[in-house]
Design a protein. Sequence first.
Length: 353
Amino acid sequence: MRMRLADVAVRAGVSEATVSRVLNDKPGVSQATRDKVRSVLDVLGYDDRFLPAPVAGLVGIVVPELTNPVFPALSLVVQTHLARAGYTPVVCSLVPGGVHEADFVRVLLQQRASGVVFLSGVHANTDADAGPYEHLRRRGLAAVFVNGWMDGIDAPFVSTDDASAVEQSVAHLVGLGHERVGLAMGPARYVPSIRKTAAFHDAVRRHLAGSVRPGEVDSLVVHTQFRLEGGEAAAHALLDRGVTGIVCGSDLMALGAVRAARARGLAVPGQVSVVGCDDGPLLDFTDPPLTTVHQDVDAVGTAAARALLAELRGEQGVRGELLVRPRLVVRASTAPPAARTPRPRRRPVTTGS
């Protein structure tokens, strides 16, 4: 009869991950537990040939997509630190209609992975169920979560300070003389969107109390998608409401906002100023070079990797959330506002056959 990790785990009253750590002589298991597992192995007649060969030090890095340059950059920082520590990182990229986050986690558990880092995964969605994360922690899989938050998960969290990003963006535009500023943001159910929207309300109240009525702030926020097309759609709506400066939830949204302004015949930054967020590697070469909030990818990725390595050593790191402060990078997409007369958006021209 073939022996499985699950059989040993049930008999010993421990998780499969704990059995794996004992078999591979990994840290993080008490001597009493090691003795209990080894006793069960003896009783069941353990033989190395009956268990699948482990992948030494396998760590999954789950990313929501690879089209946004910030996620490959974050992933690379985490991979570098894990590889230097002797672990084998595997990038698990989510695609629409493809493999889901839960599927990746299931495979990582089956392969007896040591841990997993979630980069802006399902944990950032306030509509998501925390149950799967609680389950993987009960199974003994070390985990760290980046750019999101869920109550009740026993693991370290590392995030960019979203509130600071928006505060710096609004303060910059107001300092240039803009009196009507809008926010183009991704779906409202995500933690970064919630935090940035709240920070925008606070910033407008503090910096634009004389020009924006309190009940008017909601109309200056448009939620779409964290993509170029989402930024374009949000910018059209905000320009209809008379804004001269647009703060965006991502660089891709900001590039969409620039496209929307130009489709109306408006100059950027001459008539509309645009601020992005993330600071991808090519923004010096966009037209115009994009003013954006630089997410400190090195600091966030390094903190996440170190937190996971501490968990893998059996050390329980600080619970709660580490916030990394971003910084505004001023380029050529922002300037003092000029008088403008918005033109209607261009409509496609159709011709008869």
